[in-house]
Design a protein. Structure first.
Length: 319
C-alpha cells in the first residue's frame, strides 16, 4: 500500500476571467522511504500540488475533484479537526521563504513549543524546548541559539530551522517546497546534503519541489515533470536523465549548463507557458514544441507508459 496516493487531482483558481486549472488531473503515488522530485518552470503547479496534500491551497483556489489518500486518511474529505492533526504531525512542510514563514517577534524556541503543544499538549514547555534543542543540534545549530529571533540567523540557518520544525514530530511525509530558494550555491549544496543525510538516517519519505533539475538528479528516486498544471513525464530518475522522452523534459535538461562539456552552446525553451485562463487546444506544449504535428494541435495526449516511464506525448502514441 503506498504512503501517498493522488488520483485525478484537479485544483482550480476561480478568477473573473475563468476557472484556472492550476493542477489538472494529476495522478501519482509514493512508497514509504522514497524521494520524488517535482520539477518544471515557475507557475506549472508544483507548489499548488504540494499544498493540496495538506489542504492548504490559498483562496480563491480550491480542490475541485480527485482523491488524496495518506496512509488510510482521505485528505480531501476528512474534517477540519482531522486535517489539523495531519499538518505537522504526519506531513512536515518546508515552505519556500523561511523569513516570512517564521514569526519575526517569536524566539525560535517558541516556534517549537507552539507546534509540539498543538499536537502533544501533554508535553511540558521544558521538554518541548529540549526536543527543539536536540533537533537544532542535529542540524548543525548550537542548542543555545533556540533563544534567538529569526532575524539573528542567516538565510541558510533559517532554512535549517524550518527543516527542524518540519521534522520535530517525526512525520510520515516531508514536503520541501523550493528549500534552497534565495540561497547561494554553497549554502544550497549544504542544505541538499543535509536533506540527503536526514533521508538516509531517518528513512524519510520526501517530496522535493524545485525548478533546479540538477538538485533532483542528486536526491530523487523518481521524477515528475509538470507543465501547465499537468504531468508531462513521470519515471525513475536514472531513466529520465539518461533518456528523457517528452520534448519538454528534453528541453529542460538541455537548458542546464554542463561544466564537463567544453564549448557547450546554451539552449533555451522558446516562448512561454500558456495562459491557463485561455489554454491552447490539444497538447498545451505544442506552441513551443519543435516536434509538434497536426494531431498535437487538436488532441490532448494522455499519460501512457512506455519502457517503464509515463509520458504524455503523441510522439509515442501515433495512430
Amino acid at each position: 500500500m503506498p504512503l501517498l496516493d493522488i488520483e485525478s487531482l484537479v485544483v482550480e483558481y476561480h478568477t473573473l476571467r475563468a476557472n484556472v486549472k492550476a493542477v489538472d488531473r494529476v495522478s501519482l503515488s509514493m512508497e514509504k522511504g522514497h524521494t520524488l522530485g517535482l520539477v518544471g518552470e515557475s507557475g506549472c503547479g508544483k507548489s499548488t500540488l504540494g499544498l493540496s496534500t495538506i489542504r492548504l491551497v490559498p483562496p480563491p483556489g480550491k480542490i475541485a475533484s480527485g482523491h488524496i489518500v495518506l496512509g488510510e486518511t482521505d485528505i480531501i474529505n476528512c474534517s477540519d479537526e482531522d486535517i489539523r492533526k495531519v499538518r505537522g504531525k504526519r506531513v512536515g512542510y518546508i515552505f519556500q521563504d523561511p523569513m516570512t514563514s517564521l514569526n519575526p517577534v517569536k524566539r525560535i524556541g517558541a516556534h517549537f513549543v507552539e507546534m509540539i503543544h498543538t499536537h502533544e499538549p501533554e508535553v511540558s514547555e521544558q521538554d518541548a524546548l529540549k526536543r527543539g534543542k536536540d533537533v537544532l543540534e542535529r542540524l548543525g545549530i548550537l542548542p543555545e541559539r533556540i533563544d534567538d529571533f529569526p532575524h539573528q540567523f542567516s538565510g541558510g540557518m533559517r532554512q535549517r530551522v524550518m527543516i527542524g520544525l518540519a521534522l520535530a514530530l517525526g512525520p510520515d511525509l516531508l514536503i520541501a517546497d523550493e528549500p534552497t530558494t534565495s540561497l547561494d550555491v554553497i549554502v544550497e549544496a549544504q542544505i541538499i546534503e543535509l536533506l540527503k543525510e536526514l533521508k538516509k538516517s531517518l528513512k524519510l519519505t520526501l517530496i522535493l519541489i524545485t525548478h533546479n533539475i540538477g538538485i533532483v538528479a542528486e536526491t530523487a528516486d523518481r521524477v515528475a515533470v509538470m507543465y501547465a498544471g499537468r504531468l508531462a513525464e513521470l519515471g525513475l530518475t536514472d531513466d529520465l536523465f539518461e533518456k528523457p522522452m517528452h520534448p519538454y523534459t528534453q528541453a529542460l535538461l538541455n537548458s542546464v549548463p554542463n561544466i564537463t562539456k567544453k564549448g557547450q552552446v546554451l539552449s533555451w525553451i522558446p516562448g512561454a507557458p500558456p495562459d491557463l485562463a485561455e489554454p491552447p487546444p490539444g497538447c498545451l506544449y505544442h506552441p513551443r514544441c519543435p516536434h509538434a504535428f497536426d494531431r498535437c494541435k487538436k488532441e490532448e495526449p494522455s499519460l501512457t507508459k512506455h519502457n517503464g516511464t509515463y509520458v504524455a506525448c503523441h510522439l509515442y502514441d501515433r495512430r
